[in-house]
Design a binder for this molecule. Structure first.
Ligand SMILES: *Cc1c(COP(=O)(O)O)cnc(C)c1O
Length: 691
């Protein structure tokens, strides 16, 4: 696979150096204008850049990583506050509890630490705003930014207006600056969240023009003596967005060491300023290391870099998601499939997204958030736990539990506003007997004989609708031969459909509150004409997959969402006649390059894959899996794939270069269907969400 150029992560280091420049004024000894340009204009791009990348990465997982991010950043903030406690005590900065609270919530307790409360508060606010859609979120954040501007670079102009000064003085008594998590951070976080790859040349031109304009803006404001502070400009969001898009257009992969380095650098550089000053005094080098601004800057830079490098080296780190074996999830494909299925469902039906079994192994929370953004308002899962997990992740809308929930759990159904499927008449009675106002959809057995009240027992339905407490909001059935091609299968599906629609109209005419109706699942949506139902229930098709290779219809335009990849562990050469693996099941029929791959049946691959002629992609070529599949590893014959070494990536499902292995192919080989294959992909696999 392609060489990686993690432009975004690398630029973090540049941004950290720019922040150091702000705090050391490298050119102050030589030119006041030059220093203003460097530290109050150019370097002001640094912190917005940090917010943009943060927003970008948070939105890539549809904000599902927000809790982890908040926790991690909160801990780092706590550590940083402790680190600067000695300096604060020494300078008696934190007198009075009011100051303390304000310091912790907004100003960060030490001058550069304001970034942490800003990113914590800002990302929370941005997440809440983004739930109302991009336009609303960006408008709201833009307005907040404009308010912030009045307390920053434009204070001089605003405070000359009637009430201007009074209003801002109230604001500024709460937070020392308007550059904080409410007025400053959300706009940049959201710009990052909605940023897309664009033409790099366009971005460069846009950046140069907007930066030139921002420089003019800054010098004019300085000349007018309007600036109370100098970190917000009208043109800063534009400049930052162009710069970010430029880097994004060149970005691939990540460099986590660069991330850690820049984070530590940011935190420690003010301590390094203190240490450099102290050392200069002790050594009598103040002329070079303190009074000369460039010397001072360079000394601080070197010391900060040394400290950060050692920290990167010594601090513990989390394993990478793409280190061993992982699923790659393409949320763009999920979006495109969602729109396609919505069109197929017809104008009168809306999509109910079936995201049981962790969205068929694709990750229920990021998928649910993506689906919501595409306008999906109804979801279905299999279990109570799956439903609660979605609610805990703030997924709104209908969540129908298709599987069994013990009636005694009725209070949980009510508490989490989950809709329960009614399995049969006895179940309905038990549920009603709990005395809780449970929302239910009634299942109808139209011939599958799995769950539901038999379609012909109209009297049973009427008894159920008279039960107390239950709130009926829907009725549904399920086809069991929708993907069959034979005339019998087709006519059975037709019979089920007719029976269901007939029942619904009878119940309606008896005044039963049937509510929403739904019948078709993926195969039905794709193969049958739209039905007069309120919803269709799409599961597998959302993920761009079909149950089997035979059904797969490339022309319909669904795109696969999941790729499965793993690393090569080790490579060795076997002579002709040498054997390998459990039971020595593989025998080399020629001089063979044998590579071990870090994925096995404990990750969800069917164990018979090797015996059934399974293949993987290496360097864009198909190579066979050989020997017996192990729990955590498998062997491939890499002889024909060119020079191979440990750490390289092989593809089990998905595309590599021109070649592709579909999930249907893999499932078909093992005698199963994609649904089973996906739902068994183990929790041990990493999950990496594509931008
Ligand atoms: C799983 C399930 C679905 C979704 O089926 P797909 O074929 O994956 O679209 C729909 N309805 C019910 C009742 C289900 O159990």
């Amino acid at each position: 696979m392609r060489a990686k150029s993690p432009a975004l992560d690398r630029f973090r280091i540049v941004a950290a150096v720019l922040v150091t420049a702000i705090h050391t004024s490298p050119l102050a000894t030589y030119t006041a204008d030059g220093d203003f340009f460097l530290t109050r204009v150019l370097a002001r791009l640094a912190v917005p850049f940090f917010f943009l990348v943060t927003g970008y990465f948070l939105s890539r997982s549809e904000w599902s990583s927000l809790p982890r991010f908040l926790k991690k950043t909160g801990l780092l903030y706590l550590a940083a506050m402790l680190l600067y406690l000695p300096l604060n005590l020494y300078s008696r900065n934190l007198s009075g509890w009011e100051n303390m609270v304000r310091g912790i919530l907004f100003d960060g307790t030490f001058y550069h630490l304001w970034y942490f409360p800003a990113v914590l508060l800002g990302s929370l606010l941005s997440f809440l705003l983004s739930r109302r859609g991009p336009r609303f979120a960006l408008t709201a954040a833009g307005l907040l930014y404009l308010i912030g501007l009045g307390g920053d670079s434009y204070y001089g102009l605003i405070s000359s207006l009637p009430f201007g000064k009074a209003c801002y003085d109230i604001l500024l008594s709460v937070s020392a600056y308007t550059r904080n998590g409410v007025f400053f951070a959300p706009l940049f976080l959201l710009l990052g969240a909605y940023a897309k790859r664009r033409n790099p040349r366009l971005c460069l031109v846009g950046f140069l023009l907007s930066f030139a304009a921002m420089s003019v803006e800054a010098f004019l404001l300085r000349a007018a003596e309007a600036q109370r502070h100098d970190s917000m400009y009208l043109l800063l969001p534009f400049c930052s967005l162009f710069l970010f898009s430029l880097l994004l257009s060149r970005n691939s992969g990540q460099n986590r060491d660069a991330r850690r380095f820049s984070a530590v650098f940011y935190v420690v550089h003010p301590w390094c300023i203190v240490l450099v000053r102290g050392a200069a005094e002790v050594l009598g080098l103040e002329a070079v290391l303190v009074r000369n601004s460039l010397g001072h800057f360079l000394a601080v830079l070197l010391l900060s870099a040394a400290v950060s490098l050692s920290a990167v080296f010594f601090l513990p780190r989390r394993p990478s998601e793409t280190g061993r074996a992982w699923c790659e999830i393409d949320l763009r494909a999920l979006r495109s499939n969602t729109f396609l299925l919505q069109r197929k469902a017809g104008a009168h039906s809306s999509l109910m997204a079936v995201i049981k079994a962790d969205a068929y192994g694709h990750g229920a929370i990021p998928c649910a958030r993506t689906l919501r953004r595409c306008g999906v308002r109804a979801f279905a899962v299999a279990t109570l736990e799956e439903g609660i997990a979605l609610r805990r992740a703030a997924v709104r809308g209908t969540i129908l539990i298709l599987g069994y929930t013990p009636p005694e759990e009725a209070d949980l159904l009510v508490r989490w506003r989950l809709t329960q499927a009614v399995m049969d008449e006895p179940y309905a009675r038990q549920l009603a007997a709990q005395g809780r106002r449970v929302i239910v959809h009634v299942a109808v057995d139209t011939g599958m004989h799995r769950i539901g009240i038999p379609v012909e027992e109209v009297a049973a339905f009427r008894r159920i609708y008279r039960l107390p407490h239950l709130r009926f909001t829907g009725i549904f059935s399920h086809l069991c031969t929708a993907n069959g091609r034979s005339p019998e299968e087709k006519s059975f599906a037709q019979m089920q459909t007719n029976a269901f629609l007939q029942l619904v109209s009878v119940l309606r005419s008896c005044g039963c509150p049937v509510g929403d109706t739904h019948l078709l699942a993926s195969a039905g949506i794709l193969r049958f004409p739209p039905q007069p139902c309120s919803h269709v229930r799409a599961g597998l098709a959302l993920f761009g997959a079909w149950e089997t290779q035979e059904e797969r219809d490339e022309s319909c335009g669904l795109r696969p969402v999941l790729s499965l990849r793993a690393r090569i562990v080790s490579v060795r050469r076997l002579e002709t006649g040498e054997r390998a693996g459990y039971g020595l099941a593989f025998e080399a029929m020629r001089p063979t390059v044998l590579a071990t791959v870090s994925i096995g049946y404990a990750d969800g691959l069917p164990r018979n894959l090797a015996a059934r002629g399974g293949e993987v992609l290496l360097h864009g070529k198909r190579v066979p899996i050989v020997g017996r599949l192990c729990m955590d590893q498998l062997l491939i014959d890499a002889t024909d794939a060119g020079e191979t070494h440990g750490g390289e990536i092989v593809t089990l499902i998905g595309r590599d270069g021109e070649e592709r292995i579909s999930a249907e192919e893999l499932a078909g080989r093992c005698g199963t269907i994609t649904n089973e294959l996906f739902s068994r992909l183990g929790s041990r696999l990493g999950r990496c969400i594509l931008p």
